[in-house]
Every structure is written in structure tokens, then in C-alpha cells.
Design a protein around this ligand. Structure first.
Ligand code: AKG
Ligand code: FE2
Length: 490
């Protein structure tokens, strides 16, 4: 890869145990820069159970452990040696079949992952969803402000019955994955789903990463800005990709026990230099929410342009655009609006609790999260106002499931799924500011009416308070009003 790619620097490496959360935000998350964090995985059960020591300080995947303990699930496997459209060809097989292929049972070949010409890489295994009681690892504090997985633990991504189907339910259940691949397996050049952040930890093995800053993304696209380069190892045609020779890449050789933070919108290609197991989450929060919205908006424009010529014969042209957007990008404007309304409400509740609290010592720092979050959501809402999807006429056409999921404030606040979201959000900031993370799983035993961990009152009036600010959110303008009142309160 090095021959064709101009590497201009290495990703910075920082000891995760001497970095504070505020430093991580200031140096990496807010400026959207990659970093490798060391020293954060040594106590993970995954390391003990999933790997075997070998002479030297390296470890190897204990493949028989997987075959013995997780035999049943059907897993998604990429064949790294064959391309299908813009991605590697995907296959579905049992874990045992995958392991069998890897160790060469079926073919008796050498241990290099490609004995029958295919190069199989287990990707996107929803391990946490499948084995919720097996705590393989704990998410480092730097990555707990994860709205995407918090939301999906309690809410469906789509509300429309014609979009939500069984396949979606599995694929959209969460964005926490295990990856396993032999030396030589790889991931083609891409930027992450929803332009989310990712973090990726090597339980064992070694990866080479190549990163391109978003300011240079246009240079890996063809002349029509339609398709991007698939593999940096191929001979990249100057005719098709005239700007490629101007690109400048950051490299990282990620060792075992190291965690890489992948910022939003950075294109990257990844190669397993040894047999590797990694754990990987996609996530977003107030710092990159605008990336998610910008992607949805760009993809929406493409979806709309594609069917513009049938606009006049469509009953519900906007509805069709939104269905196509959900199918192609994984989320549409209404899904995203339901999402941000709920985060706005949860943050407004937490801010109100702090304003009511008599303990002033830690509340300023904590209040900063909620104010920042609300401001970020407000910025996105302000961009949604002028879109066609939210005109009064089009809002009249959306499904009742979509509408009630964002409009009826009292009903939302009383929903169990919302209250669980509030509790998880509340605990995440408790973890960030006060280092308390031990009770993250134990929401069921919460006794109070209000499920916030910073609420100390048994007769909490937050529902009345929030509904007094606004009782119906009809669209992005109302969401802005809600946020303005929450921010000017107290
Ligand atoms: O490890 C890999 O093969 C790909 C991981 C990746 O693309 C990511 O974490 O964003
Ligand atoms: Fe990625």
C-alpha cells in the first residue's frame, strides 16, 4: 500500500490512563482528529477468554473457544477477495463454518486465511446484543457519550411499518461489533455509517490503518463525484480519479491492546497484519451530530434527484424520497427527528434537575454537557426547518406512528423506553464526571418515579415542568422553541 499512498504522518498515540475526559474532548473529539489510546483493555474478559498466549508478548485468537461457546449464531462474513458493488461480498454462515474455514479443517491448508481462494473476515457480529450477559469488555469512559447505541437499546430506528422489517431489526439493533479475521483480511476504503465516530480495540493482533482527512475526501472520488476508490492497493486510474495523487494520508499500526478513535468523515482502509480480533462501536453525540445531519441531507438530495422525473405522478413524492433514504442510508429525516426530539427532552430534563438541585459544586461541569448538547441539537433543528420534509403539507402525510413518536411530549415522557433512555444518558454523564459506572446495567431496580440519577426528589415535577414549556412538538421549529425555553430557564 505504501508505494501508492503518500503517507505524511502517523496517528498520535496517548496513554489512556493519563488522559482526562476533558482532554480527550478538547484534543480529539471536538477537533475531529484520530488518536490511538493505550493501556485501556488489560482487564477485559475478552482478552482472557478469546486469546491464547504465545512466546513473546503476543496473543493469538483462541478459535476453538468461539466454536465451543458461540456455535449457533449465523454471522455475516465478508469475502475480502471478491467485490460486490462498493463493498466486499457478504456471506452468511454459522460460527463453526467460519472457524472451520479459518483453521483449514475443510481444506487442510496453511493458516493464512485464503486456502480456497476466498479470504473470509467476520464483520459486524452484534456480540453484545447476542450475549448480553457475557461482559466481554467495558466501554472506556471516552466513548460512553454514545447516543446511537443508547437510543437503539430502547427504540426502533424506524417507526414506519413499511420501512421497519425483520432484516432491519437485526441489522439496526445496535452498532457494537466484534470483528475476526486472519492475517491478510482487510476492509475497503470507506467513511463510517451515518458519518459516526468509531472506536476499535485490538483484543489480539495488529492492524494497519490509513486515514484521509475529510478536507481531502473529494480527491478519492471520480470526476462525477459518484464513486470512490475501493482499494488503495489497486492501481488507481489517474483518468478516473484525477485528484488521487494529491492525497496525503495518516498511517497507524495498531498493536494489540490499543484502541483507535476514528473521527467523523475520515475515509480509512484497514488491513489485518496478523490474525486479529477487534471490538468496534459506531457512535455519535453532540460533537458530531451535524455530520449525521449533513450526510442525511446530502443522501436525501441524491435520492430525490434520482426520482425527480416521477414527482408529478406521485401522490406522496416526499414520502417516497424518505423511504428511499431510509433504505439506502439506514435512517430518514423523520427517524432522525424522532431521535433528536427525544435527546432534547432528556437533556432538558437533566438540565432542569441540576437547576433545581442545591448541590452547586459539581453541577456547573455537568450542566455544561446538557447545554452543549441542547445547543448542538438546536443547530441541527434549525437546518431541518427549511426542508421539504417538514412543510405543513408534508407533515400532514406522515404516518401516525412517526408523528406521535415526536409530537406528544407528555406521552413520550411517560414511555418506559424514553425513561430508560433518560436513565442511560444520566448515568453516562455521571460516569464521565464522577467516574461512577458500576450500575450501568441495573435500570430495572430503579424505584423512583423519575429515572434520572441526578434527581433526588421522590415527588419530581419534571414532567409538569417540561410540558409547561411545550406540550406538542409539531416540527423542527417547535423543537427549537423547546430548546430555547429549556436554555433560558433558571
Ligand atoms: O477493522 C476493520 O477491518 C475495520 C474497522 C473500521 O472500519 C472502523 O472501526 O471504523
Ligand atoms: Fe470504519
Amino acid at each position: 500500500m505504501e508505494g501508492r499512498v503518500k503517507i505524511v504522518g502517523q496517528v498520535e498515540r496517548v496513554d489512556g490512563n493519563s488522559l482526562t475526559y476533558a482532554e480527550f474532548v478538547d484534543r480529539f473529539m471536538a477537533p475531529n482528529l484520530p488518536v490511538v489510546l493505550t493501556g485501556l483493555t488489560s482487564s477485559w474478559r475478552a482478552r482472557e477468554d478469546w486469546t491464547l498466549p504465545i512466546p513473546s508478548d503476543r496473543r493469538l485468537p483462541d478459535l476453538s473457544f468461539f466454536a465451543r461457546n458461540f456455535p449457533s449464531p449465523l454471522v455475516q462474513v465478508a469475502d475480502c477477495s471478491s467485490r460486490e458493488f462498493t463493498d466486499q461480498k457478504r456471506l452468511e454462515m454459522s460460527m463453526q463454518e467460519f472457524i472451520g474455514h479459518w483453521v483449514g479443517d475443510a481444506h487442510g491448508g496453511s493458516n493464512d486465511g485464503d486456502r480456497d481462494g476466498s479470504l473470509l473476515y467476520l464483520k459486524d457480529w452484534h456480540f453484545v446484543k447476542e450475549y448480553p450477559d457475557y461482559i466481554a469488555y467495558t466501554t472506556p469512559v471516552f466513548f460512553v457519550d454514545d447516543w446511537l447505541n443508547m437510543y437503539l437499546d430502547n427504540h426502533p430506528i424506524h417507526r414506519d411499518s413499511d420501512i421497519a422489517n425483520h432484516k432491519n431489526e437485526i441489522n439496526c439493533s445496535d452498532y457494537r461489533f466484534v470483528y475476526m479475521g486472519a492475517k491478510g483480511t482487510w476492509t475497503s476504503l470507506h467513511a463510517d455509517v451515518f458519518r459516526s465516530y468509531s472506536w476499535s480495540a485490538n483484543v489480539c493482533g495488529r492492524k494497519q490503518w490509513l486515514f484521509l482527512s475529510p478536507s481531502q475526501s473529494h480527491r478519492i472520488f471520480d470526476r462525477n463525484m459518484r464513486s470512490s476508490i475501493y482499494n488503495l492497493n489497486d492501481d488507481v486510474s489517474e483518468k478516473h480519479f484525477p485528484e488521487f495523487n494529491k492525497t496525503e494520508w495518516l498511517e497507524c499500526i495498531q498493536e494489540n491492546n490499543e484502541i483507535i478513535f476514528v473521527p467523523s468523515g475520515w475515509y480509512h482502509q484497514v488491513h489485518n497484519l496478523e490474525d486479529t480480533i477487534s471490538i468496534n462501536h459506531n457512535w455519535f453525540n453532540a460533537y458530531n451530530l451535524h455530520w449525521v445531519w449533513n450526510l442525511l441531507y446530502e443522501d436525501y438530495k441524491v435520492a430525490k434527484e434520482y426520482i425527480e422525473d416521477i414527482r408529478d405522478i406521485c401522490d406522496d413524492f416526499e414520502g417516497l424520497c424518505q423511504r428511499n433514504l431510509a433504505a439506502n442510508t439506514g435512517m430518514n429525516f423523520y427517524d432522525f427527528f424522532v431521535f433528536i426530539v427525544r435527546f432534547a427532552l432528556a437533556n432538558a430534563i437533566e438540565l432542569y434537575h441540576l437547576q433545581q438541585s442545591e448541590v452547586a459544586t459539581f453541577s456547573t461541569k455537568t450542566a455544561h454537557h446538557f447545554i452543549y448538547n441542547l445547543t448542538s441539537i438546536r443547530n441541527v433543528a434549525s437546518k431541518m426547518i427549511t426542508t421539504e420534509a417538514f412543510t405543513t403539507e408534508n407533515l400532514c402525510r406522515i404516518s401516525e406512528d412517526n408523528r406521535s413518536a415526536f409530537s406528544n411530549v407528555k406521552q413520550i415522557l411517560e414511555e418506559e423506553s424514553f425513561r430508560r433512555l433518560l436513565m442511560t444518558l444520566s448515568k453516562a454523564y455521571e460516569h464521565i464526571d464522577r467516574g461512577q459506572s458500576d450500575c450501568l446495567q441495573s435500570w430495572t431496580s430503579y424505584p423512583k418515579g423519575c429515572w434520572s440519577v441526578i434527581c433526588l426528589k421522590s415527588d419530581c415535577t419534571v414532567v409538569d415542568h417540561i410540558t409547561s414549556l411545550i406540550d406538542e412538538v409539531c416540527g423542527p421549529e417547535d423543537l427549537q422553541k423547546l430548546i430555547d425555553s429549556a436554555l433560558s430557564d433558571g
